[in-house]
Design a protein around this ligand. Structure first.
Ligand code: SAH
Length: 243
């Protein structure tokens, strides 16, 4: 029987491993979900797969679960990063949530020339990624990085990583579709720009990168959040773990 509650914890998971609960987790399990001692819960921590655990102690301010058996081994998503320029709060939250659901390793907010946001709440975005993983059955949680300037990120670009640059200036031009550059399994990243699009300087720089490929996402200009989901879908189908 599948446990009805699936919870992310930081604690290591393993056979007969006790897992202490924080006040918030105890409140959620025993107050909100009304679980009592003996109830089963599914746990994951992003490293040890999913485990079934039994409630050993249930209190108002804390409690303890004990791991029974591993139900699902750790399943890593493909080595894909999503780089995106933060937009309005709710749309940024949406991008993080969808990226975690669709399967990426890292989510990296980047500040481009036309990005309005000066800062992001990294902890809040990370919590969104955890919540998305909890509800979609993932055993891995992508790390949300701090906001960094695109320039800097490109300056330390890892030698082997492909970069798929979604350029709105190429919308509808089929010639923009770059051919296959690397095969499945290669480290990769997708870059989505802000509402204001990319500057000419950025475009020139990105086009000059050896491992970058420029792609278009159809003849219409999509909002950044839609573009992120569309690009992740195309990538997952072509190079990812959807087949
Ligand atoms: N203000 C810009 C649009 C930016 S859309 C303009 O009017 O031109 C936000 C981001 O989504 C873009 O930077 C790009 O990364 C992506 N995007 C949206 N539509 C796209 C398309 N048809 N092809 C490629 N990328 C697209």
């Amino acid at each position: 029987m599948r446990a009805k509650v699936r919870l992310y914890v930081e604690h290591p998971l393993g056979e007969v491993q006790p897992v202490p609960l924080s006040r918030e987790q105890a409140h959620y399990l025993f107050g909100v979900m009304r679980l009592g001692e003996g109830a089963q819960v599914a746990l994951f921590n992003g490293r040890d797969g999913e485990w079934t655990a039994t409630v050993a102690e249930a209190g108002k301010r804390g409690g303890v679960l004990v791991c029974d058996a591993q139900a699902v081994p750790l399943q890593m998503p493909p080595d894909l990063w999503l780089l995106f320029a933060p937009i309005k709060k709710a749309r940024t939250d949406f991008i993080v949530e969808k990226a975690a659901e669709m399967g990426v390793r890292r989510i990296l907010p980047v500040q481009t020339e036309f990005t309005n946001a000066e800062r992001v709440r990294q902890d809040r975005l990370q919590a969104h990624a955890v919540e998305a993983a909890e509800q979609c059955g993932a055993t891995f949680v992508p790390e949300v990085g701090p906001l960094r300037k695109l320039d800097r990120v490109l300056a330390d670009w890892p030698a082997e990583r492909q970069l798929t640059f979604c350029d709105e200036a190429e919308a509808g031009r089929s010639s923009a579709r770059a051919g296959v550059v690397a095969g499945k399994g290669a480290p990769w990243a997708i870059l989505i720009g802000p509402e204001g699009g990319f500057s000419d300087t950025e475009r020139t720089r990105l086009r000059g990168m050896e491992l970058a490929q420029v792609v278009q996402l159809g003849p219409r200009i999509l909002r950044a959040d839609t573009a992120a989901v569309a690009a992740l879908t195309l990538w997952q189908l072509t190079y990812g773990d959807w087949q």
